[in-house]
Design a protein around this ligand. Structure first.
Ligand code: HEC
Length: 146
């Protein structure tokens, strides 16, 4: 009997160890992905400050130093979700930033640079890297919605 008991408790121990490891892995996994998100968001923020704040403003509300020179007022980028019924409009924002689909299109604008073209044609980014840049920007912009 004793051997059965000890085998049973050894089994329990193994199960709780497995659970412990699984839980630790879960914590690590979610911790790491939260950290990855923060990294992406920070990269998007840096790039936002470099490329977008001049028109849209450091606070993204549309009043950067260049805004006065434009015929169209740069959009308030903290209201993208609010203006879309509370959901962040990923596709719309992606296309607005990329801009290449909008040439001559109904909502195209000469005031907003066509970043897809700028970054790619200048050799700054491949098509894949370019999409990564835009995604970083989306994650940052989503984080500053009101
Ligand atoms: C030279 C000035 C300028 C710069 C730099 C600029 N934008 Fe814009 N942006 C505008 C203007 C003006 C508009 C609004 C007019 C339009 O295009 O409809 C706009 C519109 C937008 C929109 C559409 C918003 C909506 O409500 O539909 C997004 C998204 C956007 N900009 C993101 C960015 C991002 C991200 C960057 C940096 C990579 C950037 N902009 C850099 C001038 C600028």
């Amino acid at each position: 009997m004793k051997s059965v008991n000890s085998r049973l408790s050894a089994g329990k121990l193994r199960i709780s160890m497995t659970l412990g490891v699984a839980m630790a892995a879960t914590v690590l996994f979610f911790g790491a992905s939260a950290m990855a998100d923060e990294g992406v968001e920070a990269a998007g923020k840096n790039r936002y400050m470099d490329y977008c704040a001049s028109c849209h403003g450091v606070d993204a509300k549309g009043a950067g130093p260049f805004a006065v020179m434009l015929t169209k007022k740069p959009s308030d980028l903290t209201l993208l979700s609010k203006n879309n019924g509370g959901t962040f409009p990923y596709d719309h924002v992606f296309e607005a930033i990329d801009g290449r689909d909008m040439i001559g299109g109904a909502h195209g604008s000469k005031d907003m640079p066509i970043w897809g073209g700028e970054w790619k044609d200048s050799g700054l980014a491949s098509e894949t890297a370019l999409r990564g840049r835009i995604l970083e920007m989306l994650i940052y912009l989503k984080s500053i919605q009101q």
